[in-house]
Design a protein around this ligand. Structure first.
Ligand code: ZN
Length: 73
């Protein structure tokens, strides 16, 4: 019985996080953060594509914010 609960938790977490990722991509990254996300859709090999994509700044910001929240809790 306990194994079934663990398996359901894993499946629920997967489905939930996929939903969150879809929502954030569609409504946040293609919304008010489009300036940071635009170069992610530039095809690789084109002259506009660069190794560093601006979208990585978002995750750096989230990471440092979480670090600060954990430090000051
Ligand atoms: Zn996108």
């Amino acid at each position: 019985m306990q194994l079934t609960i663990y398996i359901l938790i894993v499946i629920a977490a997967f489905v939930l996080m996929e939903g969150v990722a879809w929502f954030v991509h569609k409504y946040v990254m293609h919304g008010f953060l489009w300036n940071l996300h635009e170069d992610h859709h530039v095809p690789k090999g084109s002259h506009q594509h660069s190794f560093f994509e601006k979208k990585r700044l978002v995750f750096c910001h989230i990471r440092y914010t979480i670090n600060d929240l954990l430090y000051f809790r």
